[in-house]
Ligand binder design. Structure first.
Ligand code: NAP
Length: 216
């Protein structure tokens, strides 16, 4: 069991923090204003802690980045590049542009030949980034029960050891893992969120996940 820092006071931060606690990990959840997480901490048990982005990044054996996409680079700066060095950073962010969807289709502030995770990896070159949790809604992140499942979590990152750590966590959380390769594969994984959200915006259907089907 490990110490996981969860940078994010939103829905994804809460769901992942609760999921990690359920599986026996110790969690520090972080915000620019940690006081707003006190209520969560009070109900989350003895292994739940709160702190600033920098305190959590320093404390964790590994780190989850679950902040607004437009703020991800700022959050890495607040966490402290030196505090992330050598650590696995599970990057759940998507580069969603402000302004909302058009006919159900979100707009990104990155283009198809780059990704947010590459920007983050450049900003913190010694952190071991792994794209994960970005291609499914928070309601299904922890031990999803879906007919035809388990669903597939697409991951990518440069460090094989970091991806092995993430795969172990995904095994606990009830996911099948598909490793798509190095950081550049985030070009392909991040836009899956756009596709995943379309049934939500058009039909209010948010309860689905991707699965990779294979012959043999
Ligand atoms: N919602 C989902 O189901 C889902 C699924 C997959 C992936 N994602 C991705 O996961 C990420 C988190 O989503 P979410 O819905 O949980 O929350 P969110 O509302 O997108 O983000 C909330 C977090 O962003 C931080 N933040 C906002 N502005 C900031 C700034 N200027 N500087 C530093 N930090 C800032 C907030 O920090 P403070 O605590 O300090 O306010 C808070 O921790 C997003 O990138 C989203 O695309 C979401």
């Amino acid at each position: 069991m490990s110490k996981i820092a969860v940078l994010g006071s939103g829905q994804v931060g809460q769901v992942l923090a609760d999921g990690f606690l359920k599986h026996g990990h110790e969690v520090m959840r972080a915000s620019r204003e940690p006081a707003k997480l006190e209520k969560w901490k009070a109900g989350a048990g003895a292994k739940a802690h709160t702190g600033t982005f920098a305190e959590a990044a320093k404390w964790g054996d590994s780190v989850v980045l679950a902040v607004k996409g437009t703020a991800a680079e700022a959050a890495i700066e607040l966490a402290g590049v030196q505090n992330l060095a050598g650590k696995t950073v599970m990057d759940a962010t998507n580069p969603i542009a402000d302004g909302g969807p058009q006919n159900g289709v979100l707009r990104y502030f990155t283009d198809i030949n780059e990704s947010l995770m590459e920007r983050l990896q450049k900003k913190a070159p010694d952190a071991r980034f792994v794209k994960v949790f970005s291609c499914v809604g928070s309601a299904l992140m922890i031990n999803p029960k879906i007919p035809g499942g388990p669903p597939t979590m697409f991951i990518a990152g440069n460090d094989k050891g970091a991806k092995a750590e993430v795969q172990k966590i995904l095994d606990q959380l009830g996911w099948e893992t598909a490793d798509m390769g190095t950081v550049e594969a985030a070009h392909a994984i991040e836009p899956l969120c756009i596709l995943w959200c379309i049934p939500g915006f058009l039909q209010n259907d948010w309860m689905h996940a991707f699965k990779m089907l294979k012959v043999g």
